[in-house]
Design a protein around this ligand. Structure first.
Ligand code: ADP
Ligand code: MG
Length: 568
């Protein structure tokens, strides 16, 4: 399509506004243009935090001779032409605002060559006005160079952060698009140093390895083996991408990436959907790694919401939410790996040769405790195990068809009880035990607020608690599981943790109940008790982690045994 000025009626309907907020916004707009131009290679260079220089080079379709200057007019675009097009946008850009907005606040040079042009064209602008033009040799594609950004807009300059911070925003933009377009070769050079280079292999895992490193890449699970359909609610909603196994959780949400028809967006709704799917698998305060691609017909999503185009509105928000949540949950259930004995052993072993790194963080910590030798062994469920004995009064030693298992009795029991409690609660059939005499207990004013606002839920879990005046409460019944346990301690702990505003408190409640009623480490178990616990674990939906996200077991298979003993 040729570049044309948009009709004023279309202009009045687009969410116009400032698109150039900081250097990273310039990079984002230029990279999006290169992507819309069908490039297979995009190279980004910046200097001085993007203020000195930003250069984006692509090998896309280029701009035909006669249209180069027009590209810098406000509302000139080749991507849409009428009101109807606004309803169904399939390109990343559509408002014809980026190039003129950038040119208005910087010195810009463009060299571009389209397929049918014999030579490339050159255009130089300063403060939005053309100062130079001519022809210049270039193979097909476009190079845009932006210098001295915001030099004449001191108010904007003042709000920028340090060059290092601006560089990290720029690197994030390039990284996100590298994840969204694994078939495209991306390069980033920051102040002359190579920052990122993706191979353009078309495999998401290769882009992940470059952006997040090998540790994370090794622990990624592919969503549903490819695609996940959204069901009847929307015509054709697909969820694809990769998610981190629970072993690579992070302490912030910045490792969650969402793309809608390959547009990078931010969405609290989708972040929530993903975190919901990890319920019971991550430790408190930890967040998953995920790269989620949602594809749906362009007319089912409105991208014309915000000038920076980072927010979208789904026609059927609920369908999208539940498709994402189910796709992630299903992937976790089907593929979350059992940590192997080597992983744990490696924590204590000295590095055995060059290139091998000693990891000291616990499993589930910020850096994953997964040495190079470990491959993922997806296991749908646990095989039938033969109990060999108990170790240190804390671990059950068992044999399975594929090797030796060491099971943490407390973590395993927590998992079993957690699923039991969740099951009983969803059927509203929590087993309750009445107390022979009501027990009075006193709580703080803060805890009282929490108790009042959650009284119904506490009742749902089997606690019968009534006010007795002066912040004293009478407990008449407790969940049967907790009858002989320290349930007052548990309730106090729970009221404290909810008042900190931690995540879903019902889940917190189920976790806390399972933790307080599970067998402890150091408690001797009879053969029958061990057999019963393992039998119940075999039937759990997610047998490999406790509800806090820690592993319930480690495994050593026969190949590993042979290796440890030096046999081939
Ligand atoms: P939009 O992307 O919304 O159309 P822009 O101001 O970013 O608006 O770009 C204006 C037009 O210039 C685009 O519609 C496109 O035709 C052309 N253009 C910009 N960058 C490139 C590029 N790298 N390769 C080819 N064409 C480009
Ligand atoms: Mg654009």
């Amino acid at each position: 399509m040729t570049i044309k000025l948009l009709d004023p009626r279309v202009v009045s309907r687009i969410a116009a506004g400032e698109v150039v907020e900081r250097p990273a916004s310039v990079v984002k707009e230029l990279v999006e243009n290169s992507l819309d131009a069908g490039s297979s290679q995009i190279s980004v260079e910046t200097r001085g935090g993007g203020i000195g220089l930003i250069r984006v080079i692509d090998n896309g379709v280029g701009i035909p001779s006669g249209e180069v200057e027009l590209a810098f007019s406000r509302y000139a675009t080749s991507k849409i032409s009428n009101l109807g097009d606004l309803e169904s946008i399939s390109s990343l850009g559509f408002r014809g605002e980026a190039l003129p907005s950038i040119a208005a606040v910087a010195e810009v040079e463009m060299v571009t060559c389209a397929a049918n042009d014999s030579a490339g064209n050159y255009l130089g602008l300063r403060d939005g006005v053309t100062v130079d033009r001519g022809s210049r040799g270039r193979s097909q594609g476009t190079t845009v160079t932006v210098r001295n950004l915001f030099r004449r807009v001191p108010a904007r300059l003042k709000f920028l952060k340090s060059p290092a911070t601006e560089n990290s925003h720029i690197a994030n933009v390039v990284s996100q698009y590298a994840l969204a377009f694994p078939e495209i070769k991306f390069e980033l050079f920051v102040d002359g140093r190579a920052g990122l280079r993706t191979p353009g292999s078309g495999q998401l895992i290769d882009a992940v390895a470059q952006v997040y490193g090998l540790e994370i890449a090794r622990n990624m699970l592919e969503i549903g083996g490819g695609e996940w359909e959204g069901g009847a609610a929307t015509s054709s909603l697909l969820v694809a991408g990769m998610i981190g196994s629970p072993a690579v959780s992070r302490s912030s949400r910045s490792y969650l990436s969402f793309f809608v028809n390959r547009r990078w967006i931010s969405s609290r709704l989708l972040a929530w959907a993903v975190e919901e799917a990890y319920q019971g698998l991550l430790m408190r305060g930890k967040h998953p790694v995920a790269i989620i691609n949602i594809s749906l017909p362009p007319d089912e999503v409105d991208v014309n919401m915000h000038p920076a185009k980072t927010e979208v509105k789904f026609q059927n928000e609920r369908a999208v939410f539940s498709a994402v949540q189910r796709a992630v949950r299903r992937t976790l259930i089907e593929q979350a790996p059992v940590p192997k004995i080597e992983e744990v052993a490696a924590l204590y072993r000295a590095p055995s040769g060059p290139g091998q790194v000693l990891r000291t963080s616990p499993v589930g910590g910020d850096s994953p405790a997964t040495p190079q030798t470990v491959s993922q062994t997806p296991m749908v469920s646990l095989p039938v195990l033969r109990i060999l004995g108990q170790l240190l009064s804390s671990y059950i030693v068992a044999e399975g068809p594929d090797g030796l298992y060491l099971i943490d009795q407390h973590a395993a029991h927590e998992r079993v009880l957690f699923e039991k409690i969740e099951g009983q609660r969803s059927r509203q059939k929590i087993e309750v035990q009445g107390l022979l005499e009501p027990v009075a207990f006193e709580i703080s004013p803060e805890q009282e607020e929490v108790l009042k606002s959650n009284a119904e839920d506490l009742a749902e879990f089997g606690f019968s608690i009534e006010p007795f005046g002066d912040r004293t409460y009478l407990v008449r019944a407790v969940p049967a599981l907790l009858y002989h346990k320290d349930w007052t301690g548990m309730v106090r702990e729970l009221l404290g943790s909810i008042s900190e505003g931690k995540r879903d408190w019902r889940e917190e409640m189920a976790i806390s109940m399972s933790c307080h009623s599970a067998v402890r480490a150091g408690q001797p178990l009879t053969d029958d008790e061990m057999r019963e616990l393992v039998r119940q674990l075999e039937q759990a939906t997610l047998p490999h982690t406790c509800p806090h996200g820690r592993p319930t077991m480690i495994r050593l298979n026969s190949a590993q045994l042979r290796k440890e003993f030096g046999r081939s």
